[in-house]
Design a protein around this ligand. Sequence first.
Ligand SMILES: [Zn+2]
Length: 405
Amino acid sequence: MSRLVPPHGGGELRPLLLSGEELNKEKEKAKGLPRIKMSSRETSDLIMLGIGAFTPLDGFMGKEDWKGVCDDYLMSNGRLFWPIPITLSTTKEQADSLKEGSEAALIDEETGELMGSITVKEKYTIDKVHECKQVFKTDDTEHPGVAKVMSQGDINIAGPVKVFSESYYPGQFKGLYMRPAESRKMFEEKGWSTIAALQLRNPMHRSHEYLAKIAIEICDGVFIHQLVGKLKPGDIPADVRTQAIDVLVEKYFVKDTCIQGGYPMEMRYAGPREALLHAVFRQNFGCSHLLVGRDHAGVGEYYGPFDAHHIFNEIPKGSLELQPLKIDWTFYCFKCDGMASMKTCPHGKDDRLILSGTMLRKMLSEGAEVPDHFSRPEVLAILQDFYSKLEDKVEVKLHKYAEGA
Ligand SMILES: [Zn+2]
């Protein structure tokens, strides 16, 4: 019997990825089906369904589920907690040509790869502005998640899916990319039962190291789980981040306290709502805790720095088995002579080294000196090397609340 937290919904993991004879048969059949082109977000969601990271969902959501999730964080069965709609869309013309009960092939619009198939159970329209206001708290199309919803097709297609491929992830991110069944197996082999996930989409600096070590004090281990899906221009690619994490773990962590993993979901930048989705799929990966720092999954100035802490108190009790580890704003303090947080350091802002990931990227891309104590020298060396070889310099914009994890 596993000592790990159960998958979301309390049942078994539900990976929808086919293999062997069944895969060949379904792929062959899909060649003759109408083709729905999926955006990068839809493709990454399909892969999350494929690997069981979105357990217990069986496909793209219908209208009642969409509405329940938008308004009450609940699927239409009234029991299953879910924080963000997982939907597929197409044009009105294509939707008109698809009969309910028929099947369609799912194609990644970027690579052209046949990724899976769907049985069309329902076709429906949504109020996109309503979805954006509920999920993103804004309908400003400057918000990247909002822009994606507003530009999607006018008709949503719902139904169970079969997944054929994990795209380039297993090949390109070999050793890092893993399925929930694999991370669970690794945790079990180590004898761990309590694991905290550390969400990362930027390199790991002293603040992230501090968060991970707080988690290690109270859990069996930490799962450094980084996004290997699509990023914003100017973000540091996953292989560079991985190298920088490897050197940090090797030099500054006790052996066998950290596991690194990668997941393929595209960021929506939905801040607090996305923190909840991060919690749902981390539970599926076998994590009992999720570290939630300042401005988790936020972008720009759309969310308060601790909205992602508060939202865990606002959802119905029992929604998740996983527990958030809420950590205040962390930094290096010269008077404390070490890492600290707003909760533990009594000193003033002049005593603290506060530097956001965005500001650091700006410094690195301009070749500026990075202040001591912000990052480990071994980590900085890897990042400086990456930036020195970068041909297309991307201008990094600063916001009032610079981005967190
Ligand atoms: Zn202090």
